[in-house]
Design a binder for this molecule. Structure first.
Ligand code: N01
Length: 556
């Protein structure tokens, strides 16, 4: 086995989180850092999600690193919502611009990580047979990186091409002239359907739960808008850091129920015309008051009936079992319009369930749908999945799978009791997927950076979340969710409902990014409340993180 060197920090994943963690801890803190990345390129989720129509739902000027004014000014986005190619170009540019590649090992899939108490090290193995050891382990594996392919009987017998959107082949999938089946109508399926329909001979969409969607209104960015972004960086960042979800817009400070119906309708119309996630911000109580939400949900249902010409198809596409935005709200480019095309069929799986997959296609109760290509847009084993598949073993042989048997337990979504010196970037229990991700990622990485800096200043090199802090936080995460309408969507992946056997626990923290940031600051200011900090014999032997004069400006 080739032996990897002993590092201060090992980072798993080279997406937005891992790249920034490497920069922050290596270049600002002076630690020795190696990043292990399973893929053969940087980009994380954007390396894998290359499906037709893959595009970010956050606006481009807010979906990028904000920590560096230089990076912010040097990169020019071309569209309101960046496509997957453009985001990959951006992250590759950042990797070059910050000279990150020399510490990133691509094509290294971590298969196991074990805390060695005696040595005070994480020992990490890769599928490629490498062994690494590090004082600190940072799981920067993303929230949506473990693809979920449902176990539908007969799948292995299908003779056409099968692809999951989250593991889309680099070389693409030939769709032109083919009969394509698409299973799943979440954010991904809703982005993909219109683009696939333009290429394929025929598209059959297999829908289990109808979904709300609002037009994205994507368009090239005008020179005036780019100029505005350049001139208003401070204000844009101020808004992003002040809002609950890290987007560059705030919700109107008004209840949907306190305006006259005509005015409410006009405000929804204006929001529909403007497009994007901002629709959710039309009123402040859309996610907290069912009656307020009904006004938004009804508006979108009416739009679906207006757009979709066939009333029966419109009926099937109309969501009735959950409030708007209780599941992650998709935005689209012509999704409902796609069902007016002659080459598109909708199959409502609630009325006509899948019986099995056959060599020729998908057989539902009413008959067989012949297909050449079957696309799974069936989502992910979200939040916990990417961490569990690292096979982490903490103190006293405790595995993460055992620790999380009844659902994830963590302190602030950053650290897990029993797993010393492990940090999870945007882990379950943090705002993560309920926010504009780069905002959450920067906050976590900077918190970890500060924590390691302060530990070093105090001569400490061991940190572990306390069980009682994690228990308290679990209750708070649950209470925050219960204060919203989010738990009303029974089939939501926020609850783990999309993966059979997964514990039903609302995983992300719904109390808002701004409040969460303040809580994290408070924890740090109180000397890392809820954590046990210690100094190991390594430090006195001169092998710890503290005396590390060999690296960087901060190390002296
Ligand atoms: O996955 P999903 P996704 N038989 O889990 C259906 C992010 N994202 O990839 O609702 C039939 O939301 C399932 O049906 P149901 C974003 O956070 C970001 O679309 O469970 N159908 C559902 O329709 C998003 O929320 C961007 O009844 C089955 C679909 O598959 C997250 O990724 C862009 C099934 C899965 O929807 C995940 O979205 C795109 C079965 N056995 C996505 N199993 C950005 O902008 C599942 N389904 C950054």
């Amino acid at each position: 086995m080739p032996a990897g060197g002993e590092q201060d920090v090992l980072v798993i994943g080279a997406g937005f989180s891992g790249l920034y963690a490497l920069h922050a801890l290596r270049d600002r803190l002076g630690l020795s850092v190696t990043v292990l990345e399973a893929a053969d390129g940087v980009g994380g989720t954007w390396h894998w999600n290359r499906y037709p129509g893959a595009r970010c739902d956050s606006e481009s000027h807010s979906y990028c690193y904000a920590f560096s004014e230089e990076l912010w000014r040097e990169w020019e986005w071309t569209e309101r919502y960046p496509g997957h190619e453009e985001i990959r170009r951006y992250l590759n540019w950042v990797a070059d611009r910050l000279d990150l590649r020399r510490d990133i090992r691509l094509g290294r899939r971590v298969t196991e990580a074990r805390w060695d108490e005696a040595a005070g090290l994480w020992r990490v193995a890769t599928e490629q047979g490498e062994r690494h050891a590090a004082r600190f382990l940072i799981a920067a594996v993303g929230c949506l990186s473990s693809a979920n392919i449902p176990a539908i009987e007969g799948l292995e017998s299908f003779q056409g091409r099968v692809a999951h959107t989250g593991e889309w082949p680099r070389e693409g999938v030939e769709l032109a002239g083919r009969r394509v089946g698409l299973i799943g109508t979440g954010s991904t399926g809703i982005q993909a359907a219109p683009v696939i329909a333009e290429q394929a001979a025929h598209l059959t969409v297999f829908q289990r739960t109808p979904n709300y969607s609002v037009p994205a209104r994507n368009a090239p960015l005008s020179p005036e808008f780019r100029q505005w972004v350049r001139e208003n960086r401070a204000e844009i960042l101020r808004v992003m850091h002040a809002t609950p979800n890290g987007h560059p817009f705030a919700a109107r400070d008004q209840s949907a129920l306190e305006v006259e119906p005509a005015e409410r309708e006009a405000l929804y119309e204006a929001a529909w015309a403007r497009g994007g996630m901002q629709f959710r911000a039309t009123f402040r109580d859309i996610l907290t008051d069912k009656a307020a939400n009904d006004t938004a949900s009804d508006f979108i249902r009416r739009k679906i009936r207006e757009i979709v010409q066939d009333p029966e198809t419109a009926r099937k596409l109309t969501p009735t079992d959950h409030p708007y935005a209780a599941k992650r709200p998709p935005i689209d480019s012509g999704y409902f319009e796609t069902f007016n095309r002659p080459n598109v069929t909708l199959v409502d799986l609630r009325e006509d369930p899948i019986e099995r997959i056959t060599p020729r296609g998908v057989r539902t109760r009413s008959g067989e749908h012949a297909l050449d290509v079957l696309v799974f847009a069936t989502g992910f084993d979200a939040l916990t999945g990417p961490l569990l598949r690292l096979n982490l073993t903490g103190r006293e042989g405790l595995t993460l799978a055992e620790a999380w048997r009844e659902g994830p337990r963590s302190w602030l979504g950053l650290a897990v009791p029993g797993f010393p010196n492990l940090f999870t970037v945007t882990g379950p229990g943090s705002p993560s997927v309920l926010t504009n991700m780069p905002v959450a990622i920067e906050q976590h990485v900077e918190w970890i950076e500060r924590c390691l800096r302060e530990m070093r200043a105090r001569g400490l090199d061991r940190i572990e979340a306390r069980a009682e802090a994690a228990a308290r936080w679990g209750a708070e995460v649950n209470a925050a969710a219960q204060a919203t309408l989010l738990p009303m969507a029974a089939s939501s992946w926020y609850l783990g409902a999309n993966v059979p056997g997964k514990p039903r626990v609302f995983m992300p923290y719904a109390g808002g990014m701004a409040r969460y940031r303040a809580l994290c600051e408070e924890v740090a200011a109180k000397g890392y409340e809820g954590f046990a900090l210690a100094r190991s014999a390594r430090i006195d032997a001169g092998r710890g993180v503290v005396p590390n004069p060999a690296h960087g400006p901060d190390a002296a």
